[in-house]
Write a protein that binds this ligand. Structure first.
Ligand code: RFL
Ligand code: PHB
Length: 394
């Protein structure tokens, strides 16, 4: 089998890249380890930046997003028992974010791919990438008891943090930067109306909490937990009691609880691999970088990597120029490090660090107090949260 671009991974990065390339007439095949249902069952991101919405518009898969997505012009910061609104829309001259789940983005992209008859190979075992430093890269995998080889011009490593592509790069050719946080997020999804119509990011002496949503009838909530906690130790009842203790009196009153339809613990990590190109193989999305979810940047960074990569590959085939391919890593990494910095800063500001003690809590509250009373500081937060423009500082 042969294709122009072999894409490893059918998460948002792989599906977005496939759609962008197909639109430009570039043949691609996606090879995914899991089943489609498994991929759709992972509950992850909820907040889309304008650049991500623009990309979905460009590839023509945003009809449902515009119908069902919730446009948010602000969010609340909750600390010292009170809520304060960050008016992103006003502070950024009219910019918003859209609340629309990663699951829905993935579903829309999968449906579009199926409708166009494009190939995705699900449940591929033992996926391996070969000869990407030469001019004839290959992907091999097993499916239904048979071995297969996929020859290609390029390999796109869209296979997430635990994927095979980054792991196949010789150790001396890649540099990794990592920070692991001493806590995780326990998340719960429930068919109950959200406690507030916008997101609430809460810092209390008990730790961080986030009130988010998927629709007017479906809520997504998180609380900070020690890494040693197991999800089995958290009954729904225990979760709702804990969440309530993080909220202000008004939110406590309007909180509606109900049975969870998903519950999981996610560890928090900052990670960047440099570079993101190895001959004819590229890394994109979580395969190359991870941010803690506090800044809602992971999916959005994946979307911008893919936009840069898709355009670079199109340029290669259409204009016979490799200028953008050569520039890919550098262009992505500049944007990635800005998002890494923001996500690390917002995480540090909003969570309880075991070693920080009462002093740490007071310093966080002082910074939050400054943040809400200084328009310059609020604007810096808002500007980063809505996302920097695609060509910021270029
Ligand atoms: P994914 O989604 O991990 O997809 C990678 C795909 O590759 C497959 N795969 C392989 N396939 C073939 N062969 C192999 N050897 C393979 N190894 C892996 C996997 O099965 C999978 O299908 O990476 P991608 O596409 O780069 O997308 C990244 C996003 O999923 C991620 O950045 C976001 O979910 C992060 N994130 C958030 N991002 C936001 O922009 N806004 C948010 O509000 C937000 N909230 C979150 C988040 C992530 C969270 N968790 C669980 C880490 C909230 C949470 C709790
Ligand atoms: C979510 O809705 O899952 C969500 C929202 C905002 C974040 C992280 C996750 O910062």
């Amino acid at each position: 089998m042969r294709t122009q671009v072999a894409i490893i991974g059918a998460g948002p990065s792989g599906l977005l890249l496939g759609a962008l390339l197909s639109k430009a007439g570039i043949d691609n095949i996606i090879v995914e380890r899991q089943s489609g249902e498994y991929v759709l069952g992972r509950i992850r991101a909820g907040v889309l930046e304008q650049v991500t919405v623009d990309l979905l518009d460009e590839i023509g898969v945003s009809q449902r997003l515009h119908k069902e997505g919730l446009v948010h012009g602000g969010f609340d910061l909750l600390f010292a028992g009170k809520r304060h609104r960050i008016d992103m829309n006003h502070l950024t001259g009219g910019k918003n974010v859209v609340v629309y789940g990663q699951t829905e983005v993935t579903r829309d992209l999968m449906d579009d791919r199926a409708a166009k008859g494009l190939t995705t190979i699900y449940e591929a075992d033992n996926v391996q990438v070969h000869d990407f430093e030469g001019s004839n890269p290959r992907v091999t995998y097993d499916k239904d008891g048979k071995s297969h080889t996929l020859a290609c011009d390029f390999i796109a490593g869209c296979d997430g943090f635990h994927g095979v592509c980054r792991a196949s790069v010789p150790k001396g050719a890649i540099k990794e930067f990592e920070k692991v946080y001493p806590f995780g997020w326990l998340g719960i999804l429930a068919d109950v109306p959200p406690v507030s119509h916008e997101l609430i990011y809460a810092n209390t002496e008990r730790g961080f909490a986030l009130c988010s949503m998927r629709s007017p009838t479906r809520s997504r909530y998180y609380v900070q937990v020690p890494l040693s906690d197991k999800v089995e130790e958290w009954s729904d009842d225990r979760f709702w009691k804990e969440l309530r203790l993080h909220l202000d009196p008004q939110a406590q009153e309007s909180l509606v609880t109900g049975p969870s339809i998903e519950k999981s613990i996610a560890p928090l990590r900052s990670f960047v691999a440099e570079p993101m190109r190895f001959g004819r193989m590229f890394l994109a999305g979580d395969a190359a970088h991870i941010v803690p979810p506090t800044g809602a940047k992971g999916l959005n960074l994946a979307a911008t990597d893919v936009k840069y990569l898709g355009d670079a590959i199109v340029e290669h085939f259409a204009e016979k120029s490799d200028a953008d391919i050569d520039h890919y890593s550098q262009r992505c990494l500049r944007r990635i490090w800005r998002a890494e910095r923001f996500s690390w800063w917002f995480t540090s500001l909003m969570h309880q660090f075991p070693e920080a003690g009462g002093f740490g809590q007071k310093v966080q509250e002082a910074e939050l107090d400054y943040l809400i009373h200084s328009e310059a500081a609020s604007r810096a937060l808002a500007e980063n949260y809505v996302g920097l423009p695609l060509n910021f500082g270029e």
